[in-house]
Design a protein around this ligand. Structure first.
Ligand SMILES: [Fe+2]
Ligand SMILES: [Fe+2]
Length: 279
């Protein structure tokens, strides 16, 4: 196993939690009252539930080959956390449907292409490498949510959902990576996983966002120039620079390990403040 990876004795606990969220008064444009910001956030959320089921399948394929008992325990926590994230996001989808959004047209096409066509084309090692790369992106987004105020202008219910999800993404950010290191430590596998993950995430995220923005426009809620200008002015929230450029720059280092980004404390502090820390 990689020299940077934690040893069995210092592997972190990955507890499963099931907090409840109430979206009763969630406004249509819940993120900064801005249609673009909201639909980008809704757009990536649409990718999560079935994406997280793919992450679980990818790791589970190699479950029997994980010798390290500490990593085996973390893998169990990873399954449970990801399954709960998917379920929590699906509940928020019901609110979007009640607001009149069609999600299922997009979800059907996304799931058919991603998991019906692309997934079977890739080797199990490549699927795991894609998972490890996407987990790096989610950990970076999580850090943005907790440390850089990305969600400061989001509705409190969505902040609560996304910050809980963010903390658990940080808690389990190294699991798929460490399983990949154990079963296929080659740099080429890791890099090709990142390339595939990046292309897939960009295309599906753009498609889901566009799908929702089109519905806003059709319903007489086109993006105003003011909303676009406000969105562009928030350069500190640039997804391209803060997620994709940073993500690839870090991940392509030969000696990269997710634990090198020391953001576990961010998750611990938020979980404690939200009453979600382990007893
Ligand atoms: Fe997740
Ligand atoms: Fe994750």
């Amino acid at each position: 196993m990689d020299g940077n990876a934690p040893s069995t004795s210092d592997r972190r606990a990955i507890p499963a939690r099931s907090p409840a969220f109430s979206y009763d008064d969630l406004p249509r444009h819940w993120f900064a009252s801005n249609g673009m910001a909201t639909q980008m956030a809704n757009g990536v959320n649409l990718l999560f539930p079935s994406g997280e089921r793919f992450f679980i399948r990818s790791v589970k394929h190699f479950a029997d080959r994980i010798a390290d008992p500490g990593l085996r325990a973390q893998v169990q926590g990873f399954y449970q956390q990801e399954a709960r994230h998917g379920a929590a996001h699906q509940k928020q989808f019901e609110v979007l449907r009640a607001q009149g959004y069609d999600l299922d047209g997009f979800l059907r096409v996304y799931e058919r292409i991603a998991w019906g066509v692309l997934e079977p084309m890739f080797s199990p090692e490549h699927r795991l490498a894609v998972t490890a790369a996407l987990e790096h992106y989610t950990a970076i987004m999580a850090e943005g949510a907790l440390a850089h105020g990305t969600l400061d202008l989001a509705h409190p219910a969505m902040q609560a959902l996304l910050k809980w999800h963010a903390c658990e993404e940080i808690e389990h950010k190294a699991v798929a990576f460490d399983v990949l290191k154990a079963v296929d430590p080659s740099y080429a596998t890791r890099v090709w996983g990142m390339v595939t993950a990046t292309v897939g995430l960009v295309l599906f995220w753009a498609a889901s966002t566009g799908y929702l923005l089109r519905q806003d426009a059709k319903a007489g809620r086109p993006l105003s120039l003011r909303a676009l200008r406000e969105f562009r002015q928030r350069r500190d929230q640039s997804v391209v620079r803060n997620v994709f450029v940073r993500g690839m720059r870090e991940y392509f280092r030969r000696d990269f390990h997710p634990s090198q980004n020391d953001n576990y404390g961010l998750a611990e502090r938020y979980l404690a403040s939200a009453g979600l820390a382990p007893a």
